[in-house]
Design a protein around this ligand. Structure first.
Ligand code: C5P
Length: 309
């Protein structure tokens, strides 16, 4: 009998409902205050694990992404669990890349979440976060999902209460933004006087996420200058009825949040030639449910979901 265990797991995209960059840190990264939110757009990953004496990790990826984070995530997880075996991965990309939607990070987090269930070896939340931050600043958020505050490098994640389902439109115009370069462009503009204002403005947003009244993304200042199409897109989303429209992460995708599903659908027609994808915000309860469903045959309560031991 084969000892292979397999699952088809989702890797949801994120948007940043708010993103403030405070300043450069001694380790070269930038200090952030952000609100992450998972949305209904997702990559799909087929993953299987077969115990074996040696470890082999194979990835079938139609796009041939070099140095794919999922293989690194699989290696890190197996090492941390002290197990060896064959991991086969097949990646179905639907989340646009280089768009600020966290696709690669979410794929990596999905592998970290799935492998303990498939190999029946637990990994604690602390260990998963530690492995996640080695892979990228956005990875730890996807271990939790829903709405969450990210501080520090963006790797210190604190859950926010689930809000009612909301609907949006996402326009990803195919402009690939290099995140490291966007930080380098933004860095000289950051002043210590601005920091206090940003912190209090960020605080007030997290106290009233329903309103999103003070929502902002600091990267718009530099990325919009370089790509005039993006501020125009934001204006079009607002004119089409979005209560808030903003770039996500370091771009280039721009999203709009609408009062209800019908107005999001109506706005999509108004945008005409600009391809926009409808999405809903995915709460933490829904995120967990999606994961439970994907891993159902393999779940044993002592192993999954990850605990804080
Ligand atoms: O962590 P990640 O690999 O996603 O970061 C990509 C690049 O973005 C980093 O190499 C760094 O230049 C920049 N970055 C930063 N401050 C952060 C996160 C990322 O300067 N908080």
């Amino acid at each position: 009998m084969s000892r292979t265990r397999s699952a088809r797991v989702p890797a949801l995209a994120k948007i940043n409902l708010d993103l403030r960059v405070l300043g450069k840190r001694p380790d070269g990264y930038h200090e952030l205050r952000t609100v992450f939110q998972t949305i209904s757009l997702a990559d799909m990953i087929d993953i299987s694990f077969t115990p074996a004496k040696t470890t082999e990790i194979a990835l079938e990826d139609a796009l041939g992404i070099p140095d794919n984070l999922v293989t690194r995530a699989a290696r890190l997880a197996l090492d941390a669990m002290r197990v060896s075996g064959r991991v086969a991965l097949r990646l179905e990309k639907r989340i646009p890349m280089g768009a600020g939607l966290g696709g690669g990070s979410s794929d990596a987090a999905a592998v970290l979440l799935a492998l303990p269930a498939l190999s029946r070896r637990p990994l604690s939340v602390a260990t998963l976060c530690e492995l996640g931050q080695q892979l990228g600043s956005d990875v730890p958020f996807f271990l939790l999902g829903g709405a969450a505050v990210g501080i520090g490098r963006g790797t210190e994640i604190f859950p926010l209460p689930d809000a009612p389902t909301r609907y949006g439109l996402l326009a990803a115009p195919g402009i690939h933004v290099n995140t490291a370069q966007a930080y380098r462009d933004l860095s000289p503009r950051l002043t210590t006087e601005l920091q206090q204002n940003k912190i209090f403005s960020f605080l007030s947003l997290t106290w009233d996420l329903g309103g999103l009244g003070t929502a902002a993304n600091d990267f718009e200042a530099v990325v919009f200058e370089q790509h005039q199409h993006l501020p125009a897109l934001k204006r079009r989303l607002l004119r089409a009825g979005a209560s808030v429209a903003m770039m996500t992460g370091s771009g280039s995708a721009v999203f709009g949040i609408f009062p209800d599903r019908a107005s999001a659908a109506g706005a999509r027609r108004l945008l005409g030639d600009e391809k926009a994808v409808p999405f809903s915000l995915v709460s933490r309860v829904r995120y967990r449910r999606i994961w439970y469903r994907a891993l159902a045959p393999h779940i044993t309560p002592s192993i999954w979901p990850p605990r804080s031991r």
